[in-house]
Design a protein. Sequence first.
Length: 396
Amino acid sequence: MSSVTPAPAPAARPHPGGAIRTDVLVVGAGLAGLHVATRLARQGHDVLLVDRRTTLAGAIRTTGIFVRKTLDDFPLPERHLGPPIRRMLLYPPGLSRPVALVSDRDEFRVGDMAGLYETSAAVAVEAGVRLALGTRYAGRHEGTYHLIGREGPFRVRARYVVGADGARSSVARDLGLDRNRHLLVGAEEVFPVAPDGEPPTFHCVLDPRVAPGYLAWAVNDGEHAHVGVAGYADRFPDGLRRAMERFSAHAPGLEGTRRPDTVERRGGPIPVGGVLRRIGCADGLLVGDAAGRGVPAHRRRPRPVPAPVRPGRPGPRRRPAHRHPARPDPLQRRLPALPLPRPGWRCAPASRTSVPPPPPPRRSLSCAPRPAAPRRRASSSATVPSQAGPLPSRAW
């Protein structure tokens, strides 16, 4: 696909010996940076948007699989989105007996990232954003931002800076804001496929031998296939590339699919520590992956299990919430947020045999001693009631 991204405006070129002045400098022309720059320009601010890439259609580092919340919150062009995905298959290690989940709403859609970037860039330029591609952010010194463009280095004086420069943000470093400490690495292959008569499906593999610390996926929407692996970089025995090759050769949902000789390969870091605490200050703001928004938080924090209470002893005292606010669970911050089922998902009937029966209900704790049960006469004809039966319907 040929790049149709508009060229930078002439006003974006620096004067000899001087510096460019602008209201807002946005570093990084990903979806987050393009969206913020467009919104600011429509409010009347002078915005300069820079990106080190010479074309937005190349060197794509994101997977392009959008979840429902992103689709609801951002107006993405319909022509650059694939068919809706409502079906998910969860695979255990070994890929045997997957659990099928079906939602009554559109949960995922695969986007054409090159088309999305170029369309969003055209909208930003139309709104008044000055776009400078092939321009690298080189740091901040005494309130001046140093950039290196196609014609050499130059300086920018901006009232505010927005860091949309990815998980390893240089803007966050220069502004003294929080930086992502917990990162995964991911790799993905993208190639076109022909419709096979099956509904669009998200195949999710939970196997620490394949994807240590996260998951592997194969998405087939009848138009494109996205096959990827992600996990902690130091836990891949033979490296991420070798793990990607092994999984791609036996990825579920692509049996009988003819793979082209040339595929698009993507890869990059994935922040999984959650939204950072300090993402803004008087001089700037972090958005997107730079702010820790790499993986959508689908999981709800589980309620704490109450401590056991012995009969005759008082239970643990609860501190008032207004005096001691609940601290975030360190495990919740460190573990990646897997795309687990949310309300609206339901188990497909064909997979009920592979779903284990629900655990027995937990008995409530009480400080009062339990009354003694009346003694019963032993009988040889006593039988134990069976717990077997049809699985109840599950609503996620």
